[in-house]
Every structure is written in structure tokens, then in C-alpha cells.
Write a protein that binds this ligand. Structure first.
Ligand code: SF4
Length: 292
């Protein structure tokens, strides 16, 4: 299995990588990336959740669970995370760009009243202009059946200056937006990241974090506890720690399940409930995120 997923990082991410080894591991391949040095894997594929096949319900819309859908709003990010689940999909993804494509997604949701949660993902939706971000947010927030519009972005730690007060104000308008982000080590919770989070939170937008358990980044109880404390101090709610997904090309990041359970136990013994996320695995075909 060959995957072409070049190294790419915003200037902010490069600066952070220059002072944080744990962050740099998420930015750079160990031997350096070139088109002749693609990731290879025999064991896993690029699309374990069927996003190119059965989960793809209309152009740019994925549905794996009854009450929620995911919209592909962009195929770009502020950084190509080396552990990304969609690392083999982003170049092939159907991305919603035209009004007709967006209307088709809205109509799909309207026809299924059980859908109450819409994930605006990609890629990173905040690589779009404010106007285009709000085109997506407003289209789904206007539906009375939709309670939650999730803006899924790693901008808080890969390009925090993108979270301006103007953007936060616009996102807060509907009262339905939640921001979901991903921090994987305490080094990522910089002053800039805290400021970005506070811009959202001070406008009443909940900010939640789903981290990924990554070998060499956060695979010890002290490192994980430090991350969870830093998130709580920034008022970012840690709610999931994911095992690496079963995708090709991220073997070097996988943490054995026994070690993951030990880290979870020690975190739970050290932290109160507001700082303690659920440790889960996303298993293809499962009806829920599976506790480890
Ligand atoms: S920001 Fe998210 S979608 Fe983009 S490369 Fe990183 S993990 Fe993947």
C-alpha cells in the first residue's frame, strides 16, 4: 500500500516543531519525506471506515452513525499530521464546494429527522474563508432538527491566529456550534492556543479535545496527565483519547492496548472527571466508540 501524503506545515507549526520534539514527530517523517519515500503497509488499507464506499451517502457527505453526518468541507489542513486517519483519502475526497452540492447535503439531512449532529470536517474547515465557513455553518444550523454543528479543526494548535474574534463572533451566532479540536501533547497548549480557545469559549462556544494516543508523543501517564491538565487549565474539555485508527502508514505511532489501559488507569487515579477523557477505539462496523 503506497500513500502519498507529503509533509506540510504552517509557519506556526514549524516554529512549534522547532522547540517541541513531541510536536515535531507529528509534523515530520523520521527519514524525511519525498515522493520516492512513501509510507508502505501490508496490514492496513487507507479507508477502514468505508468513507469512499458504503459510508459515502451523497457527494461529500459521510454517515456511519444514525444521529450524525460528516461533511467534507475542505481537503486542506494547516498541517499534514503524520498520524492522520484520512492520510490516504484527502487527495481523493469528494469536497463540497458548489451551492448545488451543499443543498444536496442539506436535503439528505432534512430527509432523515434522526440526524441532529453535523460534523463540518475535512481536511480542516478553517482553511476556508470566514464567508465559506459560515456558508456551511448557517446551512445546517438553520435546520430545526439539528442541535449540534461541530466545527472540526486543528487550527487551535496548528495555526491559532486563524481563530479571530470576528470568526468567533460569527460562529457563536446560531448558538449551535461546538468546536472539536485535537491536541496531543502539553507543548501544543501555548499562549497562542489558549488565546484562540478563550476567544471561542468567551463567546459561549464549547471547545472539546479528542487526542490520539501516539507512541513517542504522549504514550506515558506523566505525559498524558500533563496534557490533560494543560487542556483543563485552558478550559478545553478533554473528551476522547483515541487509539490509532486501523489505517496504513502510521505503524510507528501505535501503542499496545495493555499500555493504553495502564495510562488510562493512572490518569483516572490522578484527575477529576472534568479532566478525564474516555479512552476509546474507533472500530470499523461498531455502532459506537468502543471503550478500551
Ligand atoms: S488536521 Fe486532522 S484531518 Fe488534517 S491532517 Fe491533521 S489529523 Fe488529518
Amino acid at each position: 500500500m503506497k500513500i502519498d501524503f507529503p509533509e506540510y506545515a504552517s509557519d506556526y507549526s514549524k516554529r512549534l516543531a522547532s522547540v517541541s520534539k513531541a510536536f515535531a514527530k507529528q509534523v515530520y517523517d523520521p527519514k524525511g519525506f519525498s515522493s520516492n519515500n512513501q509510507d508502505e503497509s501490508e496490514e492496513y488499507g487507507i479507508d477502514p471506515f468505508g468513507e469512499l464506499t458504503h459510508a459515502s451517502k451523497c457527494f461529500g457527505l459521510k454517515q456511519r452513525f444514525k444521529d450524525r453526518v460528516l461533511i467534507m468541507t475542505s481537503d486542506k489542513c494547516f498541517m499534514n499530521c503524520r498520524h492522520c486517519t484520512r492520510r490516504g483519502l484527502l487527495g481523493k475526497a469528494q469536497v463540497v464546494r458548489t451551492d448545488d452540492e451543499l443543498n444536496a447535503c442539506v436535503n439528505y439531512v432534512k430527509a432523515r429527522p434522526q440526524v441532529r449532529d453535523v460534523l463540518l470536517s475535512g481536511g480542516d474547515i478553517l482553511t476556508l474563508s470566514d464567508k465559506d465557513v459560515m456558508r456551511f455553518v448557517d446551512a445546517f444550523a438553520a435546520l430545526s432538527q439539528v442541535d449540534i454543528v461541530r466545527v472540526c479543526t486543528r487550527a487551535l494548535c496548528t495555526n491559532p491566529g486563524r481563530i479571530t474574534d470576528k470568526l468567533a463572533k460569527a460562529l457563536a451566532r446560531s448558538g449551535k456550534v461546538w468546536v472539536n479540536t485535537q491536541f496531543n501533547c502539553a507543548d501544543e497548549v501555548t499562549a497562542e492556543a489558549r488565546l484562540a480557545a478563550s476567544r471561542l469559549i468567551n463567546r459561549g462556544i464549547p471547545v472539546s479535545c479528542q487526542s490520539v494516543l501516539l507512541k513517542g508523543v504522549n504514550d506515558s501517564a506523566p505525559k498524558m496527565i500533563k496534557l490533560l491538565k494543560a487542556l483543563s487549565a485552558a478550559r478545553i474539555r478533554p473528551y476522547y483519547v483515541f487509539m490509532c485508527d486501523p489505517v496504513a502508514g502510521i505503524e510507528r505511532f501505535r501503542v499496545p492496548i495493555e499500555k493504553a489501559r495502564e495510562i488510562e488507569r493512572r490518569c483516572a487515579e490522578s484527575l477529576g472527571g472534568l479532566s478525564m477523557p474516555r479512552f476509546v477505539a474507533d472500530i470499523p462496523g461498531a455502532k459506537r466508540k468502543t471503550p478500551i
